[in-house]
Design a protein around this ligand. Sequence first.
Ligand SMILES: [Zn+2]
Length: 127
Amino acid sequence: MTKRELKRFRNLINKKKEELFAELGYLKSSSINATSKDLSGDLSSYSFHMADQGTDTMDREMAFTIASREGRYLHHLNEALERIDAGTYGKCRKCSSEIGKSRLEAVPHATQCIECKNAEEKKHRGM
Ligand SMILES: [Zn+2]
């Protein structure tokens, strides 16, 4: 995957995080200032800022959300951002082949290619 594509997926993931925060009603006042200026650009500095500047309030909010479905989703999105930084993004964690771009566009935090995902789901269904 090229740097340009990675950047596109990073923006996509950050946008998903924005949507999730908006859905949860978080950061209502503070996020407007923080995000509006670079909504069209790279939001990575914003998310780094958030991670570094975790206040007590933020920690409590995170502790609350981590137990929820949205919290797990946020966790997956953050992990995907870490994989972009680590240079492992877009690779299947099972077979190491490339996860299809169209799949990543639909599920940017996907960690497995569609074949491995299907195989795992079959296993779960006992097939
Ligand atoms: Zn795979």
